[in-house]
Structure formats: structure tokens, C-alpha cells
Design a protein around this ligand. Structure first.
Ligand code: ADE
Length: 227
């Protein structure tokens, strides 16, 4: 199965670097994911390649024009089928691990990065299948949100992480935060690793990890345990 993400943005330069190192770069080198960037300015209107205009009815801030977005996304859609067209926006559905799991099972995704005051409503109604917010705060543009979403999806693709099980044991899978982790030395300036982790008793260790995960989740994020 191939996974492809097309990122449509007014500022593609902002978003490229996270894909150029570490896990995201290796995933592309291994051929497990293809990421393409599209500069909306190239689809801009007229001599000045206009991409935004004032809002009808007034109000502060510019609005991204429908025309360039339709042109770019329709061009992509004419080349292959897309399973989702995501728009990054603070008034979207909250991004969670559950949504990441679901979207990582798709094959071809478009992510449209919002800017200025937002995009013409007709784009939202006709082209967008998912409106996603990465949290209740406002960023200056949707590029960083698109990078966050892409990262969370790509690490779930089988073969991307060296240890196949590790994405499934992340915090938030099973609605639990992670248990504490330690590495050498077992005694660092008098601060000791819990004995059980050095015991070699794998059953006891598993029980300890589960208990700790529950304790930490209860203390830090009790909302995850509701329902
Ligand atoms: N664009 C601006 N703020 C955002 C947010 N919180 N999530 C997604 N896209 C955004």
C-alpha cells in the first residue's frame, strides 16, 4: 500500500524542513510515503497571481480566494483519487490519536493549509472532507498544523518505525499515557531506577508498566479515562 500526502500552501517553504530529517525522511526514502508540496501562489489570479481578497460584508483580515484553491485541488484530483481533503483551521474537529489512526489507513490525502482570516466558505462546503484543529489556540498559518498531522500519520504506517510495536504502545493508544521510562545508569547521582525494571521478571514488569500508566493518566489526564 502506498501513502501519499499533498500539502497545498501559500508558504510551502515553512513546512518542508520537518520532512527532511529523522523518521519522516527515512519513511520517504524507504518509499513508504510520498509527500508533495504545492505552492498556491502558482495558481493565483491575474498578473499579480492574487490569492486573497477582502471579506464581503467587511471585517478585519484577508480571505483566501476560492479560485486558486479549486484550480490546485481539482488538478490533483484529476490525477488520482483522494480519500480525504483536510483543511487545517482552529475551528475544526480536534486532532486526536484516534483520528490519526483512522486517517493513517487512507492512501491519498490532501492537506490545505489555512492562512489570513481563512478561506472562502465555498471551498469548505465543496472540497473539504475534514476540518482539523490541532488545539484550542490560533497559529499564524496552517502549515505547522499540517506538519503535526502528517507526522502523527506517517509514524503509524507499518514499517516506518523500526520497532513495529512501538507506535501501538505510544501514549494515547488505549486512552492511556505512557508509563515512566529509564535507561542507563541504573543509579544516577543517587536517583535509582525502580527495582522491578531490573528484576528480569517480564510478567512483573508488564504489570508495573500498566499500573504506572493508569496512575499517571488518573493524575494528569483523568478525562481520558471517562467512558
Ligand atoms: N491554523 C491556525 N490555528 C490552527 C490550529 N490551532 N489548528 C489547525 N490549524 C490552524
Amino acid at each position: 500500500m502506498s501513502f501519499r500526502i499533498d500539502i497545498v500552501s501559500l508558504l510551502p517553504e515553512i513546512i518542508k524542513s520537518p520532512f527532511d530529517s529523522s523518521i519522516l525522511m527515512r519513511a520517504q526514502k524507504k518509499g513508504l510515503v510520498k509527500v508533495h508540496f504545492h505552492d498556491l501562489r502558482e495558481y493565483g489570479e491575474g498578473k499579480h497571481r492574487q490569492v486573497d481578497d477582502y471579506a464581503f460584508g467587511g471585517g478585519a483580515g484577508m480571505v483566501m480566494l476560492a479560485g486558486p484553491i479549486f484550480k490546485c485541488i481539482n488538478e490533483l484530483k484529476s490525477q488520482r483519487d483522494y480519500d480525504a481533503v483536510i483543511y487545517t483551521t482552529p475551528d475544526g474537529q480536534k486532532f486526536t490519536q484516534k483520528l490519526a489512526n483512522k486517517l493513517s489507513l487512507r492512501e491519498n490525502l490532501i492537506i490545505l493549509c489555512g492562512h489570513y482570516k481563512g478561506i472562502d466558505q465555498r471551498v469548505r462546503e465543496s472540497l473539504i472532507t475534514h476540518e482539523i484543529s490541532i488545539g484550542d489556540y490560533v497559529l499564524s498559518g496552517g502549515e505547522l498544523a499540517a506538519a503535526v498531522i502528517s507526522d502523527a500519520l506517517i509514524r503509524l504506517i507499518p514499517g516506518v518505525l523500526n520497532d513495529g510495536s512501538s507506535a501501538l504502545t505510544d501514549s494515547f493508544q488505549d486512552n492511556l499515557l505512557s508509563h515512566p521510562i529509564y535507561t542507563r545508569p541504573s543509579n544516577f547521582e543517587g536517583m535509582k531506577v525502580p527495582d522491578v525494571l531490573l528484576s528480569g521478571d517480564s510478567k512483573k514488569i508488564e504489570i508495573w508498566k500498566a499500573e504506572q500508566a493508569l496512575k499517571i493518566t488518573k493524575a494528569k489526564r483523568p478525562d481520558l479515562l471517562e467512558g
